[in-house]
Design a protein around this ligand. Structure first.
Ligand code: NAD
Length: 368
């Protein structure tokens, strides 16, 4: 398997967690005899410092010439006085748009070892494994007209979707559900919004091509409640841009820390992979950053860009094993017995070790 990965580590803890994620990808390549190559590029504050722009052309070209882009995080307080279009975060918005991914995948998985880190009771989070499929290029965030008239004190944003935009993201959700627990929950506000009525009718139409997958519809307001009450009931949750933004953040609570959450954006020219967290300037350089969100993001690279499902699962199981053994970064050290606080690098090493052992074991079994 050949894969060219553009690594854009970015700012703050971005380089710290990305280093651990790429180490894991290198290990998978080495153990499985795959040809993974890595090309580095600047984005965000480090790019502004080096070249005056948050997304230099060289970085964008490298990204577009790759099979996958692995991004750390952007953001640096020293650029806070710049206008939004010149700040590090502008680089992220620009690269997302240039790569054109329309389906944002955000898993929300409860690790039993971390049940004390979530504010939800362990019996509520037990066995939760939700995959959000959020439409990323349409809806309120992009619809026009949009304006704010400060003289009349009136503002407008437009929620707009076309049938084709719904079909393509719904297909992603059904394809993924067919490889999981075979259930799609489509979230809308069809009792009030015409856009949601189009959404619901279109999703129901797409569902006919996937008879093995069960489709249910939920209104977004009651869904916000169900996610906290009965998260175990959900497999793939399909929804539009704004609702997905809010609900996937809400579901992040299940895992217990922002540092645990991976994401992938697929469907465009090149898939973009990034942990959900930001550059966390408050802990940058202290060795306190949790690299597991970035490492789980690397697992998504293996699954969605390399087609290496078995290796993706091996990485996820290695993370589980390290957590079960009691290793914790500071953000997930709350509660639990026999926990051992470790640095970013140490956590990465532990996952690497667990992964190596599991792949070695798998290869030994195949050799017999
Ligand atoms: P943040 O995600 O960087 O941090 C929020 C809190 O979570 C902080 O207390 C931080 O220490 C903690 N945290 C985050 N990731 C962690 C990890 N891996 N391990 C341990 N703790 C972790 O959000 P913020 O503080 O609102 O933003 C900081 C900067 O990051 C800003 O410039 C913001 O614009 C940027 N940002 C970037 C992205 C991105 O690159 N995708 C996303 C969100 C925020």
């Amino acid at each position: 398997m050949r894969l060219k990965i553009a690594v854009l580590a970015g700012d703050g803890i971005g380089p710290e967690v990305t280093r651990e994620a790429t180490n894991i990808l290198r290990a998978v390549a080495e153990l499985g005899g795959h040809d993974f190559s890595f090309v580095e590029g600047l984005i965000g504050g480090v790019a502004i410092t080096a070249s005056g722009t948050p997304l230099p052309t060289a970085t964008l070209d490298a990204a577009l010439e790759s099979d996958a882009v692995l991004l750390g995080a952007v953001g640096d307080n020293k650029f806070n006085s710049l206008t939004p279009d010149k700040r590090p975060e502008a680089g992220l918005l620009q690269i997302r748009q240039a790569l054109g991914g329309f389906a944002n995948l955000r898993p929300s998985v409860a690790y039993s070892a971390l049940s004390a880190s979530s504010p939800l009771r362990p019996e509520v989070t037990k066995d939760v494994d939700i995959l959000f499929v959020r439409e990323l290029l349409g809806g309120l965030y992009f619809g026009s007209p949009r304006w704010w008239n400060k003289e009349t004190n009136e503002a407008i944003n437009t929620m707009r979707y076309t049938r084709d935009e719904v079909v393509r993201v719904a297909r992603v959700a059904f394809e993924l559900a067919s490889k999981r627990r075979k259930k799609v929950t489509s979230v809308d506000k069809a009792n009030v919004l015409e856009v949601s009525q189009l959404w619901r009718a279109t999703v129901a139409e797409v569902a006919k091509d996937y008879p093995e997958v069960t489709l249910e519809h939920q209104l977004v307001d009651s869904m916000a409640m169900h996610i906290m009450n009965i998260p175990r009931n959900f497999d793939v949750v399909l929804t539009e841009n704004l609702f997905g933004d809010i609900l996937s953040d809400e579901a992040g609570v299940i895992t217990g820390s922002l540092g645990m959450l991976p994401s992938a954006t697929i469907g465009g020219a090149v898939n973009l992979y990034e942990p959900v967290h930001g550059s966390a300037p408050d802990i940058a350089g202290t060795g306190k950053a949790n690299p597991l969100g970035a490492i789980l993001t690397a697992a998504m690279v293996l699954r969605h860009s390399a087609g290496l499902e078995q290796d993706a699962r091996a990485v996820e199981q290695a993370v589980q094993k390290v957590l079960d053994a009691g290793y914790r970064s500071a953000d997930i050290a709350r509660g639990g017995e026999n926990v051992q606080l470790v640095s970013t690098q140490e956590m990465g090493k532990r996952v690497h070790q667990a992964l190596t052992e599991s792949i070695d074991r798998r290869q030994a079994m195949h050799a017999v």
